[in-house]
Design a protein around this ligand. Sequence first.
Ligand code: SF4
Length: 456
Amino acid sequence: MALSGMEIFKLLPKTNCRECGMATCIAFAMSLAADKIELEACPYVSDEAKAKLAQAEAPPIKLVTIGSGDQALKIGGESVMFRHDKRFNNPTGLAICISDTASEADLDARLKRFQRVRYCRMGCELRAELVAIKNELQDARKFAHTVETVRKGSDARIILMSDDPEIMAAGLKACAGSKPLICSATSANAESMIELAAAHDCPLVAKAQGLEELTALSSRLADAGVQEIVLDTGARTVREALADQVHIRRAAIHQAVESLSYPTITFPCEMTNDLSMETLIAAMFIAKYAGIVVLSDFQAESIFPLLLERMELFSDPQDPLMTPEGVYEIGAPDRHAPVLLASSWALTYYNLTLAAEVSRTPIFLCFQEISEPDVMCWCHHCLRSTQKGKFDAPSTIRFIKDCKLEERVDHRKLVISARNAQFSAELESALPEWEIIVGPGEASQLTGFLPELAEE
Ligand code: SF4
């Protein structure tokens, strides 16, 4: 359970030395409780206090990792019932289910679509991450062949679906080293599946018929040393599955029920034969509270709204969504393309990209990460909102120099928003080789401005 500010305060040195940047230890404690500062900011916390705080701060829903290296997908790690309480941390993994009965042509087509359907929104890549390979033929060689084909034809993280330990062993051998999710251990095969999970260092699904059996099974797996468990209540009707999801989240967050403190897997693919209805069901489980949603398949038009919903839901409501700092090419800018400076607020990225596309003017966007993004934003909303922060010219000058724009463009014109007009002289004197052009105050006005600038 997370500690309150006062409980954290009792573990601090209480010297009010201010080295953490806060005026007092109590202020530091309150900020730590609100997740606004890192514990490492105080150099004087004892090891004992650190251990207590780490234990208290561990999320009630345990973290499970599927895949390895750069391909690792984390699910779980959640600590709240509702996003507005704090935030949701690890986005629901989206999987498509492929049976080992699929023909080579069907398999190839579905893997190609899996690889192709992805979107870039506000600098983030949106896509499905997982392929669930379902054993239906009871043929270990065919299952292993399907697993190999999925591995060769995609970069998907893998879920192996079989209740037969021998077939599961063949599947694990076919994707050795990729840390797939083993799906599933049941009360009938638990011992063999535990051995496989331990031998291959893989997370394991506990599948039961109902919450009571699931509680017992997950305790059995944990007692046997399985640390990464994913819960499947066995419910395959929407009503039952939803009730189970809510019950599990409540039990983990409010009652600290250890055996239910794991992420869950849900199967909309087994709840309907209609792709549109399946998409709606999946949308519900993304919101309530699935760690993984397994789809029968997807088309671009069915997965896109799910990806957008997931992106919104798992963004931090207390922090604006940011695009990583850097120089972005919008369109295919050549060496004469306009260069714009903006804050790395994702909304700004969206607005400026839209303006470039509508005006058919490729541009370079220099996004600087700053603590008060609305200072350098080009949004209509921000122009009307109270400007809280201050434009920090020295850090912007450093950022522009680091961008090495002279290696990308032949001209030396840098466009800033009208809201930063008063700093154009300061920027120009610090960057004498650059002409600072004060553009419109909001992105919508750039559609006329950019083509004219590009023609100069
Ligand atoms: Fe207190 Fe530590 Fe901050 Fe010093 S650095 S004021 S001891 S919390």
